[in-house]
Design a protein around this ligand. Structure first.
Ligand code: RM4
Ligand code: MN
Ligand code: MN
Length: 424
């Protein structure tokens, strides 16, 4: 299915007057709205290929119908999202969940939808049917050298797949760790992991980056071999300039100060990218901004401040991706909501009065500093985000139009009710 641009234009015409009124009001509240709108137009958030099907839990899965049955259909789905919001211009593949068979056809299809290939993700947390060894006791950390070699080779194969698609980064998330005290020698697990990562790093093309994700727990519940940002930092620092830490919002212990982590990693030039989601307990992978929008804003506040301090390009110099997966929502609607929440937080962070904040900080004016941040957070920037979409030919109200056009019903008609997407 492809959304006809006339339908988007018609939808926008209906909402235009109301939108323009809101925009005038927003512009009266925020300085430099033009430069904010341009940054919003440029900002793209990659969609992971595994988020387009209904996510399950270990207790069950309740697919909603019309799920993409192939990589081609996943690309079509991301194309639909991008047509609606002009902010989802990239897809991130998880391999081997999504292995392109005809690479040229896949590339042409993506280009037709205006999509790029974002980071490729390796998978050494599940055993593959044709694999010689099992990852039950870890992959890159494994006590068995042959198993480590298999996992290293998989990552090298993934890089190769990515090169052919035009990706420029590899994301490594390891499930490695231990479930019981005594199971693992922590130091040896670290050393094995480092050695394996060094072998993968050596296979990176010169224009590539390696992102090392950390996660405090799950599926191992006693120790994780890359458990927190400090451990990830320790590895990527040893690996070299092309290796960076990747922050997934759901991978921290409760109440961790993620915005401070972001700030320090940026200062060290070791922040590689982001996986957005929200959570109440752990790696819940709920819709970004659904529970803690203020935290999301505070993170973007540090991102904008830190990227500007280093003269970085907001849109290009870090990897931005959603990493969420749902049991109860239409995945497409959920992704539209996540992108919207991320854009709002970004716009709010761009609107922070940085000079006034710096003065307040230097004067230890705690109340004023809090006022500045909360003022930005409490100002409604939705009209700026909508205006960015309007100017780029996307929809003023993406979820509204998705529903009006009955996209899901159409996909069910095309693909059937009982389709199952690869992924979690
Ligand atoms: C992990 C982690 C990875 C993602 C897998 C599916 O918790 O967030 O980024 O690839 O889940
Ligand atoms: Mn992740
Ligand atoms: Mn995760």
């Amino acid at each position: 299915m492809i959304i006809d641009s006339n339908k988007i234009a018609l939808h926008n015409d209906e909402l235009l007057k109301n939108h323009q009124n809101k925009l005038v009001f927003t512009a009266s509240e925020i300085a430099e709205t033009e430069s904010i709108i341009q940054k919003l137009i440029d900002f793209q958030i990659a969609i992971p290929s595994w988020a387009l099907g209904t996510g399950g839990t270990r207790f069950g899965r309740f697919p909603g119908g019309g799920e993409p049955r192939s990589l081609e259909e996943k690309i079509e789905d991301v194309g639909l999202l991008h047509a609606l919001n002009n902010a989802s211009g990239a897809i991130s593949l998880h391999i081997p969940w999504d292995i392109p068979t005809d690479r040229n056809a896949i590339k042409a299809l993506a280009a037709q939808h205006g999509l790029k290939f974002d980071a490729v993700n390796s998978n050494t947390f599940q055993d593959q049917a044709n694999a010689e060894y099992s990852y039950k006791f870890g992959s890159l950390q494994n006590v068995n050298k042959a198993i480590r070699k298999q996992a290293v080779q998989h990552n090298i194969d993934v890089i190769q797949q990515g090169v052919e698609l035009g990706s420029e980064s590899l994301t490594v998330w390891l499930a490695d760790g231990s479930c019981f005290p005594g199971q693992l020698n922590f130091r040896k697990a670290y050393e094995n992991t480092l050695e394996s990562l060094q072998e993968i790093y050596a296979a990176l093309p010169s224009n590539w980056k390696l992102f090392l994700e950390y996660k405090c727990a799950e599926p191992n519940f006693y120790s994780t071999t890359v458990a927190d940002w400090g451990q990830s930092y320790s590895y990527v620092k040893k690996l070299g300039d092309k290796a960076k830490t990747l922050v997934d919002l759901g991978h921290h212990l409760p109440n961790a100060n993620i915005e401070q982590i972001v700030s320090i990693l940026l200062m060290e030039d070791k922040l590689g990218g982001f996986h957005f989601n929200d959570s109440k307990y752990g790696d819940d992978d709920l819709t970004a901004g659904a529970l803690k929008p203020y935290q999301l804003f505070l993170i973007f506040n540090e991102l904008v401040e830190g990227m500007d301090a280093r003269g970085m390009n907001h849109a290009k110099d870090l990897g931005w991706m959603i990493d969420a997966s749902h049991n109860v929502k239409d995945p497409m609607e959920d992704l539209l909501q996540s992108v919207e929440a991320i854009m709002i937080a970004y716009a709010q962070a761009l609107s922070v009065d940085r000079k006034a904040l710096e003065i307040a900080q230097n004067e230890n004016d705690v109340v004023k500093a809090q006022e500045i941040l909360q003022n930005a957070f409490r100002t409604d920037v939705r009209a700026l985000v909508a205006e960015a979409r309007l100017r780029a030919g996307a929809a003023l109200n993406p979820v509204g139009l998705y529903r009006n056009l009955a996209v899901r019903n159409e996909l069910i008609g095309e693909r059937g009710l009982k389709t199952v997407a690869t992924g979690l």
